[in-house]
Structures are given as C-alpha cells and as structure tokens.
Design a protein around this ligand. Structure first.
Ligand SMILES: Cc1cc2nc3c(=O)[nH]c(=O)nc-3n(C[C@H](O)[C@H](O)[C@H](O)COP(=O)(O)O)c2cc1C
Length: 145
C-alpha cells in the first residue's frame, strides 16, 4: 500500500472539503491518504516522504492563497521528480489557483501529473463529490503497487 499526502489552503472550507473527497477516492482504490492544512507543513521533509502529493488552493483575487505559495517554494527543495501528483481548488468564477499549482508541479518539480487540475465551484454541486473521488482514483492508479 502506497501513501499519498493531500495539502490544502482554504479560507472558508470548500477546498478543504475537496481535499477530503480526493483522499476518500485514494482510499477506495486501496491506498492510504493523509490530509493536511498548508499552514501545518513546517519543512520540505514532510513533502518528500509520501509516494504521491496533491496540492490545492482556493482562488482569491486571481491568485492562490499565500500559504500555498509559500509551500510551493518549500516543495522546490523536496525531491518530487517522477512522483504522482495532482492539484485542485474551489473557485467562484475564474479559478486560476489550481492551474498555477499544476503547472509548477509539472514544470518545476517534474512530477508525474494526472490529467489536468480539478476545479470545482463547490464539492456539493453537480456531481462534485464523484468528480473529486474520481480524481483521487486517477491519482491512485499512478501510485506504486
Ligand atoms: C474577496 C474574494 C475574492 C475572490 N476572488 C476570486 C477570484 O479571483 N476568482 C475566483 O474564481 N473566485 C474568487 N473568489 C471565490 C472563492 O474562490 C470561492 O468562494 C471558493 O469557494 C473559496 O474556497 P475556500 O472555501 O476553500 O476558501 C473570491 C472570493 C472572495 C470572498
């Protein structure tokens, strides 16, 4: 069983909900998943331990939250090349954050990314629960046996 870490930055809890649903999808697929707030990650060692990493932030004023921006600079020092990765976030109308995170994970960290970021207006709308769980399953399919 491989282990995934899901880290979120969220102001009102929507992105946190999506993080928990992605974790459920990973567990349904038979792997273990832990969910953490970006504010609680204190060193890059916490990011380099897990077999897969999923990072998410809500979008505010066209940007990711500061805690996720800080975490991405920290993650640059963790050796993440080749590991399965994904990104996600809740949004209202433009939703830039998940795409920015995804691009950084792909181009700078050189991770093995699932196909595209997961952006949801709310986990409780229009099949959001299933989409987030499926994203977790898609990631799990890339995790080591
Ligand atoms: C002050 C403010 C600014 C926002 N700016 C954006 C924005 O630029 N683009 C967007 O798509 N959503 C924007 N939103 C909507 C949030 O992304 C949305 O409410 C999201 O569900 C919040 O997720 P969270 O609960 O994880 O913080 C904004 C919301 C507020 C209150």
């Amino acid at each position: 069983m491989a282990n995934a870490l899901i880290v979120y930055a969220s102001r009102t809890g929507e992105t946190e909900n999506i993080a928990n649903l992605i974790a459920e999808g990973i567990r349904i697929a038979g792997h273990s998943a832990q969910v953490k707030n970006a504010n609680d990650i204190k060193s890059e060692k916490e990011l380099s331990g897990p077999d897969a990493l999923v990072l998410g932030s809500a979008t505010y004023h066209g940007e990711m939250l500061p805690a996720m921006k800080k975490l991405l600079f920290m993650a640059e020092k963790a050796d993440l090349a080749g590991k399965p990765g994904g990104s996600f976030g809740a949004f209202g109308w433009s939703g830039e954050a998940p795409g920015r995170i995804f691009d950084t994970m792909q181009h700078i960290f050189k991770m093995d990314m699932v196909s595209g970021p997961l952006t949801l207006k709310s986990s409780s709308l229009e099949g959001g629960i299933q989409m987030a769980q499926q994203y977790g399953r898609d990631l799990a399919a890339r995790m080591p046996g």
